[in-house]
Design a protein around this ligand. Structure first.
Ligand code: G1P
Length: 295
């Protein structure tokens, strides 16, 4: 049982990042040199994923364009002998196939994943949220570990989690671990965006999942929430309630999750990645010191 395909939902409206996202997808916002979605694709390919389905929506065509060939640009870079840049914009030898489909109506994350049912077929698959980067420059090994655990335990679901401060639990799906020792736990329940008083832990779902195809049956049974959205977390809750094996892998302390869904964390992510830029990082660091010194 090999996990070789991934569904990347990128259909969200990005309302928390307006006006920046008025006419461009949040997944195309740059973080240092690359758009967010490119880091996500690179992480997936480094984890052995060979087929990637983007679930897009209206106004998201720039994602397809980004990974497509651009003969005019290529010819110009060749003519001006900019070979280093050519390598950075030519995705033709990427080890994965890219597919695109549209979620026609915004009905939540669970519904977006359901758009990938035929794509996944009878095989297990990864879900990687298109607005989250795992690890600095997407160098996290977490997804690989999740896939190994999924295969090893013959699980129905493995989810990545990170510990968040108490005042942030209401922004995420929160797991109820059986025993939170170490960095791999069995999950007994989950709750989507609970108030602090009802949160069973501070372990938040961190945008990466591995699923057996049974999840599609569960999603179909989920009732829409108050906003008419089908929550993926509620489908995972059903897996737990049926006694199926659901596990969580905690992100190691040195592999942060960069959540681009809101401005404070987008700003932080950009600065951290820019500081790590091999060419411009050192000068940027100096400039930041000057700026901060003058405050
Ligand atoms: C989604 C999931 C939530 C998860 C979060 C991670 O929420 O529903 O369980 O913790 O992604 O970013 P959203 O950010 O789409 O509201």
């Amino acid at each position: 049982m090999m996990v070789r395909s991934a569904i990347v939902p990128v259909a969200g409206l990005g309302t928390r990042l307006l006006p920046a996202t008025k006419s461009q997808p949040k997944e195309m916002l740059p973080v240092a040199r690359k758009p967010i979605v490119q880091y996500v694709a690179e992480e997936l390919m480094a984890s052995g994923i060979r087929d990637i389905l983007f679930v897009t929506g209206r106004g998201k065509t720039s994602i397809e364009n980004h990974f497509d060939a651009d003969p005019e640009l290529t010819a110009q870079l060749e003519a001006t002998k900019k070979t280093d840049l050519l390598g950075q914009v030519d995705f033709s030898d990427m080890p994965a196939n890219f597919f695109y489909t549209r979620q026609r109506v915004q009905r939540g994350l669970g519904d977006a994943i359901l758009c990938g049912e035929n794509f996944a077929g009878e095989q297990p698959f990864v879900v990687a949220l298109g607005d989250s980067i795992l690890g600095l420059h997407a160098k996290s090994r977490c997804l690989q570990k999740m896939i190994e655990l999924f295969e090893d335990k013959r699980a129905s679901c493995v989810v990545a989690v990170e510990e968040v401060p108490e005042n942030e639990v209401s922004q995420y799906g929160i797991i109820h671990p059986v025993d939170a020792d170490g960095d791999v736990f069995r999950v007994q329940n989950l709750i989507e965006k609970p108030p602090v008083s009802e949160a069973p832990s501070r372990l938040a779902i961190a945008g990466r999942y591995v699923f057996a195809p049974i999840i599609f049956d569960m999603i179909r049974q989920v009732k829409p929430d108050k906003r008419g959205e089908i929550q993926l977390t509620n489908a995972m809750k059903m897996l737990c309630e049926e006694g199926r094996r659901v596990f969580a892998v905690k992100l190691p302390a040195d592999e942060k999750r960069y959540d681009i869904g809101n401005f404070p964390s987008y700003y932080e992510t950009f600065v951290e990645f820019a500081l790590a830029d091999p060419d411009h990082g050192p000068a940027f660091r100096e400039r930041l010191r000057e700026l901060l010194g003058s405050k």
